[in-house]
Design a protein around this ligand. Sequence first.
Ligand code: FES
Length: 243
Amino acid sequence: MYRKILKIKRCEGAGKESYYEKYEVSFENPKETLSGVLLKLSEENITEKDPEHEYRPLFWEHSCLQKKCGACAMVINGEPGMACDTFLNDIEEDIIEVEPLRKFPVIKDLYVDRSFMTESLKDLEVWLNEEALNTGEKIVYEASRCIQCGLCLEICPNYCVDGIFRGMAAMTQLSFVMAKMKKEEGKEMRKNYRKYVYEGCGKSLACRNVCPAGVDIENLLVRSNAAAVWNRWNSYIERNEEK
Ligand code: FES
């Protein structure tokens, strides 16, 4: 049997004060994940062990539990990560601190409001008017792998709430749509890319290290910058099609 202590930041709702609760968890599976124990915590009343607070089910987002949907993004021992891709025995410390993403408003406990990302796509008019099949082009394939979890915004030193920079989550979608457009169709989109992505990105590439989908952000950024900023549209598309 393995044991860990989870120190979870909890909050009963927007504007309410946060506090930490500690839970001692034991598990037999050597590959137990953080999401596995959080699921148990959301279902069972174990707060008898912590009489300071009344029992309240833990709120957090999850769906696939396979690192595919982006829902379970949170901050784990100070680092952005996915609960379903965090194996408890890979963590050396006995106490694991779990917090909600810090760049998004907290709704409850570990559950945050990430609507900023979808609102950004609406603001930037990032959509196509016809069905866009993924035909295997390198750029389109790479951009489509983004799961919109928000870890890239969490780690980014340039992204801040209410700022103009929309972060790499928007960059991937802009890149996808730009690659599907003809040059003459994409003028407004390239303008948005310059204003809301290129001008705000400090190229720290911290996002590259936390992307759970392993999107080749650097390559995508270089190619999209070439197309939208340096007007190397033909080269972007031609090189894209060569892959
Ligand atoms: S629950 Fe889908 S990525 Fe973790």
